[in-house]
Write a protein that binds this ligand. Structure first.
Ligand code: ADP
Ligand code: MG
Length: 378
């Protein structure tokens, strides 16, 4: 096991760009941009971010599969520059399982031991423990060749093959994204059990936030080759460092309203004025542009003669109602004069498209971001 540290890593790809019928001068793509990240020994960091933001490149750099980059990669304070991937003791599981097709699953697992001429008892013991950890029915899979397995079964074997090697570092690149929803949840539980049992330092790339929450001790949010924020999910969700993180995290993205200007201690939009809390007022100047944020869960709706909660009120019309029967919630999208915003609350079949409602934002659950830097100021 190891603490993994990436220091000031920049990775450019020089992809030839097609212009008309010929290739223009090479336009570099910055896949990683002065990126810093530490994965503490035995922890799992779940990496999320939009497609193309550099997640796979980050894993490849950590694994040593990319060599042409600047910055440094340390495993336990040892610079890995000169250490080839094969000598780093890494377990990797990618979206497209790469099992040896001609070998039965059992042989896929034992391949590593043959290569390293490990004693047979050690091999048998490690495969036994791993099979037990992998749960019900796994032993049956070992007798079959990858071609006869379903996608989910193949991925279970690929995970087992990686874990049986006792890697110092485990790298997962969207390993469950080809599986159907039910299998995804099952396999997620298996992975969690494995990570918990073996406490292997891991980077887990996913686009599924439920997976990130379930598996990550911390979550890292990436954008355009940079890590925007790292921390336990709940903490980052509650205290997003900037508007991007705020809008990216959560089952429903935070409502963000741009176009407000600070005037006389208020944030003024066309039609409404939001009083600024003291600490926000202290941190911004007159004329500054701010983005106002409020989570759909914090916004409530008043309609049909119900008591109107305290807070900032916006009158609007219901555009869409999205029921979530599993959680007994619905998310209501309301169009007000200048804003479109979402509010989630208890299911109410009586609320229909076109209904007139008031959206209410509680004053103590507002977020403020500087419009230019997008940094949170309160
Ligand atoms: P993600 O995994 O987050 O979707 P990637 O790490 O695959 O993102 O890619 C990051 C950026 O680098 C993208 O703009 C992608 O097009 C570019 N890129 C990745 N690999 C290559 C490559 N081999 N050649 C050229 N560009 C690449
Ligand atoms: Mg990727």
């Amino acid at each position: 096991m190891a603490t993994i540290r990436l220091e000031d890593v920049t990775k450019n790809f020089r992809a030839p760009r097609k212009v008309g019928d010929s290739f223009a001068s090479q336009d570099p793509v910055t896949a990683l941009d002065h990126l810093n990240l530490t994965v503490p020994d035995g922890q799992t960091i779940a990496v999320v971010g939009p497609s193309g933001c550099g997640k796979s490149t980050l894993l490849r750099v950590a694994a040593g599969l990319e060599t042409d980059f600047t910055g440094r990669v340390f495993y336990d304070d040892v610079d890995m520059m000169e250490v080839p991937p094969g000598d780093r003791y890494i377990g990797m599981v990618f979206q497209n399982y790469a099992l040896y097709p001609h070998f039965k699953s059992q042989e896929n697992l034992s391949f590593f031991f043959r290569m390293h001429k490990a004693p047979a008892e050690e091999e048998a013991e490690r495969i036994r423990i791993t099979s037990e950890m992998m749960g019900i029915g796994f032993k049956e899979l070992l007798k079959r060749k990858p071609g006869t397995l379903s996608g989910g079964e193949r991925q279970r074997v690929a995970i087992a093959r990686a874990i049986v090697r006792r890697p110092r570092l485990f790298l997962f690149d969207e390993p469950l994204s080809n599986l159907d929803a039910k299998l995804r949840v099952q396999t997620r539980v298996e992975i969690k059990r494995l990570l918990h049992r073996f406490q292997i330092t891991s980077l887990y790339v996913t686009h599924d936030q439920a997976e990130a929450i379930a598996l990550g001790d911390q979550i890292a949010i990436m954008r355009a080759g940079k890590i925007e924020q790292v921390g336990p999910y709940q903490e980052v969700w509650q205290n997003p460092a900037n508007a991007f993180v705020a809008s990216f995290l959560g089952a429903r993205p935070m409502n963000l309203f741009a176009g407000g200007t600070v005037v006389d201690g208020e944030l003024r939009f066309e039609g409404i004025a939001v009083p600024l809390p003291d600490e926000v007022r202290a941190r911004c100047g007159a004329g500054q542009k701010l983005i106002l944020g409020v989570r759909p869960e914090a916004a409530s709706l008043a309609y049909g003669g119900r008591p109107v909660p305290e807070g900032i009120h916006l009158r609007g019309v219901v555009e869409i109602v999205e029921p979530d029967f599993g959680h007994r919630l619905q998310t209501v999208y309301v169009r007000t004069g200048t804003f479109a915003c979402a509010a989630s609350g208890p299911l109410d079949p009586a609320l229909d498209i076109g209904a007139e409602v008031s959206v209410v934002f509680p004053a103590d659950q507002l977020y403020f971001f500087d419009a230019e830097s997008e940094r949170r100021i309160g």
